[in-house]
Design a binder for this molecule. Structure first.
Ligand code: ZN
Length: 445
């Protein structure tokens, strides 16, 4: 009995030991499983949304899994040859901004309209965002020259807006990452042919491509692909979007000799009362500023794969036409001195557009920018421009509008974006549930 009791106690101890070991293993398994779950939730959260810890939008490539799965069928695409699984394909990233005028020596030659530190710091804060692009584009809203004479303002200096950017500022464009500048706009001729030639020379000296004057087409080699950019405006002497047949022939010719064609236009009526893209021609100050919907669509039909607009000095909406992105106005990006920067005139964004090698719009991001008097672009932690551009997009383009996420992520129309209610709890906690109310998604899931 004693032995039996001992044996029984031993047996019980053995059983307890086994149970403890089993419990210990189970505990380790549970911990392991929890770790795995956390990791998977974390990865999911990262793939579905940008980093959440900082209020400033981060330069994150949108998740290819989300982008590519939801691309609509493309029976109408002009030249789609993409592989069945485009997420494995390389892509070209274009970053683009609207108006760039870094400071002017006209009419005040004393430097009153030049930035502090002679402009050296003006673009520093936004440079990392610009440099996300393989192609980095801006509209040079004012000639770069020293001296010269403005025929435009010879007889009326007051209320005459002519800009003259010092040539030494050319290096700031280079340092900020610009690869190509548009020279087709209403200020390109502020100092006549001399100013236009000087702008070209400044950019050439910096190794920055340019397009603006008739026949002036920017050519870049990006990842072994030929990229051409044509900048259009509504003025004689420039590549002219009002001259539609000629414009489309130029685009088709560029398409025939290159892999990617980007079209820029400077058009549309100006100011905060002209943020919607009109149907038909837009008139402003007695000038025809273009039928922008018609031009942008025709440009894509002719072979353009991305259309970038500017000119209204405020942002406008974005649509996708035949799988190609059209951004109708990027706003005032870096406009120092005599510019209205009140309210929506001070809001802009850096467009980050990811294109497949056949030009198809894969996704991207809006990087919100804010300017205050006297000017100079700052990243906007409040992201004020995002709900504005989302509302404009929805109003003007409805089902063809780009899908714009909470933090400015861009997807093609109808991309399935996770709704707040479906978000993993950790993401919800990190973002705060109020975010969904502040930035409602453009559709319900
Ligand atoms: Zn302009």
């Amino acid at each position: 009995m004693g032995d039996a009791k001992i044996a029984s106690e031993d047996f019980t101890d053995l059983q307890n030991l086994k149970r403890e070991k089993t419990l210990h293993r189970s505990f380790i398994r549970v911990v392991f499983a929890v770790c795995l779950l956390m990791a998977s939730v974390g990865a999911k959260a990262q793939s579905a949304t940008p980093p959440q810890s900082a209020p400033v939008p981060q330069p994150v490539t949108p998740p290819p899994s989300l982008i590519h799965e939801e691309l609509p069928a493309t029976p109408n695409s002009p030249d789609d040859t993409s592989a069945a699984n485009p997420s494995n394909n390389p892509e070209i990233v274009v970053t683009a901004v609207g108006d760039v005028m870094l400071g002017t020596t006209f009419p005040n030659e004393g430097g009153e309209n030049l930035p502090p530190n002679d402009g050296a710091d003006l673009l520093k804060e936004v440079t990392p965002r610009l440099k996300l692009g393989d192609v980095v584009f801006g509209n040079l809203e004012g000639p770069m020259l020293d001296g010269g004479e403005s025929a435009k303002c010879r007889h009326r200096v007051t209320n005459c807006f002519a800009f003259r950017v010092p040539t030494r500022y050319g290096r700031y464009l280079k340092e900020a990452g610009f690869k190509v500048m548009g020279l087709a706009n209403n200020h390109a001729m502020d100092f006549g042919a001399e100013g236009r030639a000087s702008s070209r020379a400044v950019l050439d000296a910096q190794g920055i491509a340019h397009s603006g004057e008739i026949g002036d087409i920017a050519r870049l080699n990006v990842k072994g692909k030929q990229v051409e950019l044509i900048a259009f405006a509504t003025y004689p002497g420039s590549n002219n979007l009002l001259d539609l047949d000629v414009a489309l022939r130029a685009i088709a010719a560029a398409r025939a000799e290159s892999d990617i064609v980007i079209v820029s236009f400077h058009g549309g009526a100006e100011g905060s009362t002209h943020q919607h893209v009109a149907e038909g021609d837009e008139m402003f100050l007695g000038e025809d500023r273009g039928d922008l919907r018609r031009f942008a669509h025709a440009a894509i039909d002719a072979g353009a794969q991305l259309v970038i607009g500017h000119g209204p000095h405020v942002v406008r909406g974005m649509e996708v036409y035949r799988n190609r992105l059209i951004a109708y106005s990027l706003g005032n990006f870096a406009t120092y001195g005599p510019f209205n920067l009140n309210g929506e005139n001070g809001m802009a964004f850096i467009l980050e557009a990811h294109l497949a090698l056949d030009g198809r719009f894969l996704g991207g991001r809006v990087h919100p920018i804010r300017q205050e008097k006297p000017g100079g672009p700052k990243l906007d932690p409040g992201m004020a421009v995002i709900p504005v551009v989302r509302a404009l997009t929805k109003a003007d383009f409805k089902d063809d509008g780009v899908t714009i996420g909470l933090r400015g992520e861009l997807w093609p129309p109808f991309a399935k974006v996770p709704g707040c209610s479906e978000w993993p709890e950790l993401v919800r906690q990190a973002l705060g549930s109020a975010t969904c109310e502040i930035f409602p998604l453009p559709f319900s899931i």
